[in-house]
Design a protein around this ligand. Structure first.
Ligand code: TRP
Length: 329
């Protein structure tokens, strides 16, 4: 077994194509490579907007969470090999985050990009947004992760995490925490149907488990230019082609490119082809997802299986961190 790998995903809604190619596929590959992977749902990180929203209903949160876990496993993540858990189930993480927050001065966190972006946009960030990197450092350092697969937008948070570890080490004269490394290079950024980065907050996603109707609708609304029927389509700038490339074998895809270049296909036809390819590509996952739909205990069983192991690990490591700081004996 190699170094422990860990990553967290915010439960923002239904999983979409960007999540799959940007994160899930890599996790499945690491699992298949026999690596030790921790995968958690960062539900506390998803709370940073609480001051602006009216309600965060528990049942909706539960729903969102179990949808997420069922999506992971339907897409090939094996809960017997990957340690799946929910951040908020382990208060040891937030306790360490608080200790980290007390270990640094304010200016250290004002560079955090989530906070900086919010300030620049003129909105008033919550204190949670400000502390976001401290919680993330605790997420990573408490389980002793060595490698953290993240999107490029998260690399700064891993740098800040290393800095938290160093400060802890300077304070205690130890090297207790592993300084984690990000693994950002194999994360793909998938464009949304409007050409921007695919993201729930931009409403430009194609869901994986939505109804066939919604999937087809989203695919029909992919942005295209005004090339008239019969004219050649340039695959390099055609968004539909970008998706087709992900769904098809190289041979099949190249045949589509030829069709585009020869003017032998319209955008409408290309979209229909994509919709079929999309549904075929995710057919197994969609079927698997359906199977867990009616099993109310499916997600609980996964959480329960990991609870004791994680509680012991996190409590022991938190205790040792506090002991090194002189907070407990
Ligand atoms: N901040 C990450 C994101 O928005 C989610 C996250 C929270 C995370 N804690 C983490 C990712 C720890 C990796 C490791 O995508």
């Amino acid at each position: 077994m190699g170094k422990r790998i860990l990553t967290g995903l915010k439960p923002t809604g239904e999983l979409h194509l960007g999540n799959y190619f940007g994160a899930i596929q890599q996790i499945v590959a690491m699992q298949e490579g026999g690596e030790e992977v921790f995968l958690f749902v960062a539900d506390l990180h998803a709370l940073t907007g609480l001051s602006d929203r009216e309600v965060h209903r528990r049942d909706e949160q539960e729903q969102l969470f179990s949808t997420f876990v069922r999506s992971f496993t339907a897409l090939g993540i094996d809960p017997n090999r990957v340690m799946i858990y929910r951040q908020s189930d382990f208060p040891q993480i937030t306790e360490l985050a608080w200790i980290f927050a007390c270990m640094v001065k304010m200016p250290f966190l004002t560079i955090g990009h989530a906070y900086k972006d919010a300030v620049q946009k003129g909105s008033e960030p919550s204190v949670g947004t400000f502390l976001y990197p401290a919680l993330m450092a605790a997420d990573i350092l408490l389980p002793d992760a060595a490698v953290v697969p993240v999107g490029k937008d998260q690399v700064q948070h891993i740098e800040i995490t290393r800095e938290f570890a160093r400060r802890f080490h300077r304070l205690t004269g130890t090297d207790y925490f592993t300084e984690p490394e990000e693994r950002a290079e194999d994360q793909m950024t998938v464009p949304g149907i409007d050409g921007e980065k695919m993201s729930k907050s931009y409403r430009n996603t194609i869901p994986i488990f939505g109804s066939e109707e919604v999937i087809r609708q989203q695919i029909q609304s992919i942005k295209t230019d005004s090339t008239p029927a019969g004219e050649p389509i340039d695959p390099a700038t055609c968004l539909i082609c970008t998706y087709l490339k992900l769904m098809l074998s190289e041979k099949e895809y190249l045949a589509r490119e030829d069709q585009c270049r020869s003017g032998g296909v319209t955008y409408k036809e290309l979209k229909d082809q994509l919709a079929d390819a999309y549904l075929a590509y995710f057919a197994k996952a969609r079927e698997q997802y359906q199977k867990t739909e009616g099993d109310g205990e499916y997600v609980d069983r996964i959480l329960e299986k990991n609870r004791d192991t994680l509680n012991t690990l996190f409590s022991d490591r938190l205790h040792e961190a506090k002991r090194l700081l002189g907070l407990v004996s």
